[in-house]
Design a protein around this ligand. Sequence first.
Ligand code: IPE
Ligand code: IPE
Ligand code: MG
Length: 235
Amino acid sequence: MSTTNICNHIAIIMDGNGRWAKKRGMPRTFGHKKGAENVVKITRSMKESGVKYLTLYAFSTENWQRSKDEVDALMQLLNEYLDKELKEIMENNVRIVFIGERYMLSDDIQKKMHFLEAESAKNSDLTLCIALSYGSRQEILSAVKNIARKVQNNQISIEDISQDTFSDELYTKDIPDPDILIRTSGEQRISNYLLWQIAYTELFFTDTLWPDFGKDELLDIIKKFTSRERRYGKN
Ligand code: IPE
Ligand code: IPE
Ligand code: MG
C-alpha cells in the first residue's frame, strides 16, 4: 500500500558549527554566529513548506560543560538573537516557545524569552520551539516528579497515569511529536534530545554542517519523508 505522509513537525539537532569554523581556520564562535544566522533562514523556509512546528536544539544541558569562553560567546549570541527576533516573528506570524531548564539561564535572557513567548502567543503560521539548556532526561525526570507529587497529594491515582497524562507533564505538552528528526554534521546520535517524543519519528542524518544546511536540502528531506513507510509496529 502506498501512502503519502504529511509532515507537521520537524525537529533539528543543529550540529557542526565548530567544525564549520575550523575548516576555515576561524574560531568556533564564528561558526556559532553563522549557525545563528542559519536559524533565521531555515525558519523562513519553513513557511513555504507547510510544516506547522519546528523544534530546534540550540543548547543542551550538557553544553554548559564547554569552556567558559565558548559558553559566554553562545549566551551573547543568544541575547542578540532574542533582541532581533521579535520583529522577525511578528512579521512572519510565528509563535515562539522555549523548552529546557530555564533557571540555568541568566535573568536577562529568561525575561527576553518570556517576553517573546507572550508577544507571539497568538501567531499561527508556525510554532518555533527552541530547546535551550534542554536535556530530555531532565525533562522526563521533572515529569516523573510532578506526577509523583500529584499522586502524593491525592490529585490523581496511579491508575490514571497514562502515556497522555505523562506527555502532558513534559515541556512539549502543547506540541505534537516530531514527524522528522534531522541531525546535521554527520554524527548519528540523539544527544539527549526529545527521547520520549521521537518514539516513532523518522530519522534523517546528513553530513552537511549546520551553517551550510539550506532550504533545498530541507525540502529534499521532506520529499523523502513523504514516501517512507511508517508502520508503527503494524504489519
Ligand atoms: C552545534 O555545533 C551548536 C551547539 C552545540 C551549541 P557544535 O558547537 O557542537 O559544533 P561541532 O560539533 O563542535 O562541530
Ligand atoms: C547536540 O550537539 C546539542 C546541540 C546541537 C545543541 P553536541 O555537539 O553538543 O552533541 P555531542 O556532544 O556531539 O553528542
Ligand atoms: Mg557538536
